[in-house]
Design a protein around this ligand. Structure first.
Ligand code: MN
Ligand code: MN
Length: 469
């Protein structure tokens, strides 16, 4: 048995040598907790205003213009403190504040994505069966398909008519709007369905959205329910069936962002992956009071959930082109700017869920309420597909957080042999930029209703602000 003196020596050493991670609710002051709650009121509004990438771009531009940002002109010369934005096809956005330092010393990049998993309408979606009308869908991003039936859905998107006119659609969000829904089988008749494996409990071709049941009043023709729906759509939008061919219509949960819990400590909403990092990165950029030393480049990108391909995703060159434009306007070489740049790839990570403890390794996963989550590497099975930030860069970021009172933790995407995933980090790192993932731990990620901690949301905002100031 060690005597009392030795025990206290051990305790002293433990204090000195062991890592301690406390719940943010024990570290933050009352005032800061209130600030976090208030910050999340704005966050919830942003979630409700921007349920698709297009709407999120619009909402972000509205906030940016209020904060003095104007549209970027690649031919123009900009000076320190100038604030610009570049709208990429209405689906992705870059915001920039020109810094005081020579741009060749690099820029500070924040990169979040504003697309979220959902049900996209197919190009020829409308049909009638058993005298009900439906839309065919193809889901977007990685969803558990069984989570989407019996959830009230709203329809958002655009239709480009034959004459080129754009029709904007948003139905199901107002309390007086109708909503739409994917149906599911009653348990009494689901014996065979329940024997299917989970990915097939509802198959992709069963994710059909119910949109009506009343026939057009005429006894002679067929497909009268479909006709009645098409007639309503023609009267409301002036569209004919063929116009669906040039439409992007997205069915998303018709649920507003809400406080969760008796203590209101959590935010529950659709699309928090990754609009939580979109909003926190956006606000960290808009709220910069002083002209930053380095030029800030904040990207809200599209297409992350389907692999970042396409001209609005970060595998395309639009971010690189923008930075090169900034460099050229300053008479510098874009390549040199990129090589000297640093990036926080702003994306969510899995929060530990005690109902499913087996998938995460508790010493290295992120916990809800323990602050913003720094993820050195993503990928899976032997770190496959990760850009893996360097120790030097982790050290750099860590010292910024500690100097600025950021409550933070580290995370990983699941147990080593289990799963994994990726973010946009590697596409930015591939431009020769030092990059690491930072974001909010989420429960029920990719579900119609995802959960985050208000403290973590606020700490993520503070972390972004500290990184770019
Ligand atoms: Mn994400
Ligand atoms: Mn995701």
């Amino acid at each position: 048995m060690p005597n009392e003196k030795e025990t206290s020596k051990a305790k002293e050493l433990q204090e000195k040598l062991f890592m301690k991670k406390k719940n943010s609710g024990l570290i933050m002051s009352e005032t800061e907790l209130e600030t976090a709650d208030k910050f999340c009121d704005g966050y919830k509004r942003f979630l409700d205003d921007g349920k698709t990438e297009r709407e999120a771009v619009k909402a972000a531009i509205a906030l940016a213009e209020k904060a003095g940002f104007s549209e970027f002109d690649s031919g123009k010369k900009y000076g320190a403190g100038d604030k610009v934005y570049m709208n990429n096809r209405g689906k992705a956005l870059i915001l920039s504040i020109i810094g005081k330092e020579d741009i060749e010393k690099g820029v500070n990049i924040l990169a979040a994505h504003i697309d979220s998993p959902r049900l996209d309408l197919k190009q020829n979606p409308l049909y009638e069966d058993a005298e009900m009308a439906f839309f065919k869908t193809h889901y977007y991003g990685g969803i558990k398909k069984y989570q989407w039936p019996t959830v009230p859905l709203a329809l958002h998107g655009v239709i480009i008519k034959k004459n080129g006119e754009t029709i904007e659609v948003k139905i199901g969000e107002d309390d007086n709007d109708p909503v739409f829904v994917v149906t599911d089988l009653l348990p009494h008749l689901a014996e065979e369905q329940m024997k299917r494996t989970a990915p097939k409990i509802i198959t992709g071709e069963e994710l059909n959205i119910l949109i009506g049941s009343r026939p057009f009043r005429d006894d002679k023709e067929s497909d009268l329910v479909k006709l009645n729906i098409m007639n309503i759509l023609f009267e409301k939008y002036g569209i004919v069936e063929e116009d669906f061919l040039s439409a992007e219509l997205e069915a998303v949960p018709a649920v507003k962002a809400r406080d969760v819990g008796f203590d209101r400590s959590l935010v529950g909403a659709y699309g928090q992956d990754d609009r939580v990092c979109g909003y926190t990165a956006l606000m960290a950029t808009l709220d910069q009071k002083d002209v930053p030393a380095k030029t800030v480049v904040t990207v809200l990108t599209d297409k992350e959930e389907t692999g970042s391909d396409g001209n609005t995703g970060l595998q395309s060159s639009y971010l690189e082109y923008f930075i090169c434009d900034l460099a050229e306007a300053a008479g510098k070489n874009g390549r040199h700017v990129l090589s000297a740049s640093k990036c926080l790839s702003a994306d969510v990570n899995a929060g530990f869920d005690p109902s499913f403890p087996d998938v995460l390794e508790k010493k290295n996963c992120a916990f809800v309420g323990k602050g913003t989550c720094l993820t050195k590497f993503t990928g899976s099975r032997g770190k496959n597909g990760t850009s893996d930030a360097s120790a030097e860069f982790v050290g750099y970021v860590r010292s910024i957080f500690d100097k600025n009172g950021i409550i933070w933790q580290t995370g990983e995407l699941g147990k080593v042999d289990l799963g994994g995933g990726g973010t946009v980090a590697k596409y930015i790192a591939n431009l020769d930029v030092d990059t690491i993932d930072l974001g909010v731990p989420v429960l029920s990620m990719h579900a119609p209703f995802e959960i985050t901690s208000k403290n973590d949301v606020y700490m993520t905002y503070k972390a972004f602000a500290a990184f770019i100031k």
